[in-house]
Design a protein around this ligand. Sequence first.
Ligand SMILES: NC(=O)c1ccc[n+]([C@@H]2O[C@H](COP(=O)([O-])OP(=O)(O)OC[C@H]3O[C@@H](n4cnc5c(N)ncnc54)[C@H](O)[C@@H]3O)[C@@H](O)[C@H]2O)c1
Ligand SMILES: [Zn+2]
Length: 362
Amino acid sequence: MRRILATMPSRAYDVLVGRGCLAGLGSALTRRCPGGKTVVCCDENVAPLYLEQARASLNAGGYEVSHIVIPAGESQKNLARAEELYGVLYDRGIRRGDTMVALGGGVIGDLAGFVAATFQRGVRLVQVPTTLLAQVDAAVGGKVAVDFRAGKNYVGTFYQPWLVYADLATLETLPARELHSGAAEVAKYALLGGGELLDRVGRLAGGPLSAARVSQELVAGCVAQKVAVVAADEREETGARAVLNLGHTVGHAIEGATSFSRYTHGEAVGLGLRASLWLSRRLCGLSAREEARAQALLDGLGLPQRLEAVPGEAVCDLTRLDKKSGRHGVGYVLLDALGSPRLDVRVRPELEREVIEWLVKR
Ligand SMILES: NC(=O)c1ccc[n+]([C@@H]2O[C@H](COP(=O)([O-])OP(=O)(O)OC[C@H]3O[C@@H](n4cnc5c(N)ncnc54)[C@H](O)[C@@H]3O)[C@@H](O)[C@H]2O)c1
Ligand SMILES: [Zn+2]
């Protein structure tokens, strides 16, 4: 098992990454937050797979355990569902010393995390991520939110968990498309971090992607990368946290232009990363060799090669709606070299159009 200590200004906590370790959840928790009640929140896909094991483990750890199962999907990440969860916590007499356990992907982590952050101004939160995306990204860093009207993550706060407990064995049941989607965020951390993590992800990309080939070191490496960034800018105030947006300006625009239906988030981010690399070569001096290495890495992870069935114009229009855009155009995160990000690079509209055309035609 790998342990990463996440030392945030608001709280320090462990991120534990293992394989086949779900049965140890209860004892890991008792060492950090002994006693009290736990409420496990998960969705209908995860419940039949892992709820019983999580329950049994928490029970063995001496906790009184109850659970709530909600339908799966992003559409559940809303205030109505949050209110239902508040009702459950209220009826079960949950207090601040009790614990909400978010067992599932990023949707559950964000929703249950938001409820934990706000119920009685905060009950304990444990993230037990079961998708690759959640293990390397969503479960760590303390952003919790629900969607509101057309605004994704529009109502939320920053609330660090008490523990993140990731079991890589849960990835075995993840649909292949979800695994690939998570691999896009893995690629993002590799491109941001460079060095050993990039080599490791390069080796992963050298063969067909499977859960068994996702190693503890790889997930721990991504987590360490995220922890380092978040610790320097926990509440997104200094701007440093914005490096995590690599690939996301174009990625979000592609999701928007396709009404969130054609591509998964990870697939769209994969295309966004390709665009960032292309722009980095033109604007930041990323070498042709490094660009080729990084594009090949995205190929190897099975991420989309080109942008299909989307009018390029629509994507360009949407990059301007990015939450991170300012008055002087869109500030991109680009790379001077692999492992060396540069923040807030302004991209002229003509060049933006050109990179989208390249994404369509390549
Ligand atoms: N808070 C953050 O910092 C942060 C960062 C990135 C993404 N997010 C959020 O994460 C969400 C996306 O997360 P996601 O990609 O994990 O999606 P998700 O939670 O919807 O999970 C994807 C699908 O996989 C299923 N599933 C989960 N674990 C499984 C398993 N082990 N076996 C089989 N099926 C399983 C789920 O039921 C769901 O159908 C978005 O809402 C996004 O906004 C948050
Ligand atoms: Zn993302």
